[in-house]
Design a protein around this ligand. Structure first.
Ligand SMILES: Nc1ncnc2c1ncn2[C@@H]1O[C@H](COP(=O)(O)OP(=O)(O)OP(=O)(O)O)[C@@H](O)[C@H]1O
Length: 384
């Protein structure tokens, strides 16, 4: 099969004109982040955010043009927001926008927040992240989404943890999303929340090995090619850690803010700080820290034990100038309910644990709703 080159893709895109400017999108410097991998092509079209909703036909025209190049197997084009003048960026980061040289995909670019995929209909996207695995990030993301829903908001849940998707199990959903037009997927719905997970598309036990560009294109498809409809908030369960995949995601998804989940152990806190720094690096506001497995509540006598040492996350949050959003105990019921596909916020909505999640959800929503995500005052974290 013919090998597709970046030049061929750019040549095809030269036939696509920006309707308002009467010039082709390549000459206008609107094409960026071009990746060609084994016949699969991905790129971004940078536009003024206000024009985003009207430019869907332009995006489709660009995909169609590239689809016609011999050897192309799939095309993913996304509209991304170009912020004129590179608001708040160092001068070199506002350099002319152009497709990277051959062989360099988005991963090869320095961390910056010049591009943000616009997702029409979604008012706010928040990431739930952790510096390391196993701290209860997915449990928290799911219960947070359900708590936001319980307060009357229209909520979506995107499981971006492509290395270990847990949404299908924790929300108790199986089945595959359907499509009517062969291009867009209908999200599955559970407890009134629209859900999408890579776990719906690949078998749960198949080890998924993704490279950077594949991760990005999978995430962008799950954001863009899913019929989310109108949402007040989309909660994204991020992959654990602070590596390249997480950095690229935080950089490319138009996040209103991020929530960091941490356990009280110092080591986890150190990891949580890495998470904070990652979001700061890409100019995503950190809404605050949630301490999970904060203390142990004995299921038989109800006695509380601070087995990991209590208050670490709160102190740390205060020390580094990030809001402490709340604490959730280590409790069998939380594990059993989410492992059984009925998370605590739906299975025991009046329980103390659900009340804790709801209080956290209120804080998160107050921050996004008021537009005050604390970005301006938060100090940069310095590692010693
Ligand atoms: N507060 C809690 N009390 C009791 N069990 C919990 C609590 N939070 C999470 N768990 C349990 O801990 C396990 C790991 O949680 P979860 O999958 O949410 O973590 P994660 O950080 O998303 O993990 P990974 O990094 O593997 O994606 C699950 O079995 C979950 O039910």
């Amino acid at each position: 099969m013919a090998r597709v080159t970046e030049d061929q893709v750019l040549a095809a895109l030269k036939a696509v004109e920006d309707p308002d400017k009467g010039q082709d999108i390549v000459s206008l410097g609107m094409v960026s982040g071009l990746v060609v991998k084994d016949g699969n092509v991905g790129f971004a079209i940078e536009v003024d955010p206000q024009r985003g909703p009207q430019l869907e036909p332009l995006r489709q025209a660009a995909e169609k043009a590239v689809d016609g190049v011999p050897g192309v197997l799939s095309v993913t084009a996304v509209l991304t927001a170009h912020r004129p003048g590179g608001q708040g960026q160092a001068p070199q980061q506002a350099a002319p926008r152009q497709a990277p040289p051959a062989g360099q995909g988005p991963q090869a670019r320095p961390a910056q927040n010049t591009q943000k995929a616009l997702v029409p209909g979604i008012k706010a996207i928040i990431a739930v992240a952790s510096g390391k695995g196993g701290v209860g990030k997915s449990t928290t993301a799911i219960n947070l989404a359900l708590a936001l829903k319980a307060s009357g908001l229209t909520v979506g849940l995107l499981d971006a943890d492509i290395y270990g998707p847990s949404l299908p199990r924790m929300m108790g959903i199986s089945g595959r999303p359907t499509t009517e037009d062969g291009k867009t997927l209908k999200p599955l719905e559970r407890f009134g929340i629209k859900c999408m997970s890579i776990g719906f598309l690949v078998p749960e036990d198949s080890p998924t090995i993704w490279r950077g560009p594949m991760v990005m294109s999978a995430l962008e498809q799950m954001l863009r090619d899913v019929l989310w409809g109108e949402l007040d908030v989309l909660v994204v369960d991020m992959p654990p850690g602070t590596g390249d995949a997480q950095l690229t995601m935080s950089q490319r998804v138009p996040l209103a803010g991020a929530v960091i989940v941490s356990t009280p152990q110092d080591i986890a806190l150190l990891d949580a700080r890495k998470g904070l720094n990652m979001f700061r690096k890409v100019d995503v506001p950190v809404l605050g820290i949630i301490e999970n497995m904060s203390y142990f509540l004995c299921p038989s006598c109800g006695e509380r034990s601070d087995i990991f040492g209590h208050g670490g996350a709160r102190d740390e949050a205060e020390r580094i100038g990030v809001d402490f959003l709340g604490e959730v105990p280590l409790h069998m019921e939380i594990r059993e309910t989410s492992d059984a596909g009925y998370p605590i916020v739906v299975s025991a909505p009046e329980s103390a644990h659900s009340v804790a999640y709801k209080a956290i959800a209120d804080k998160v929503w107050a921050k996004i709703g008021s537009g005050d995500s604390g970005r301006r005052d938060a100090p940069k974290i310095v590692f010693s």
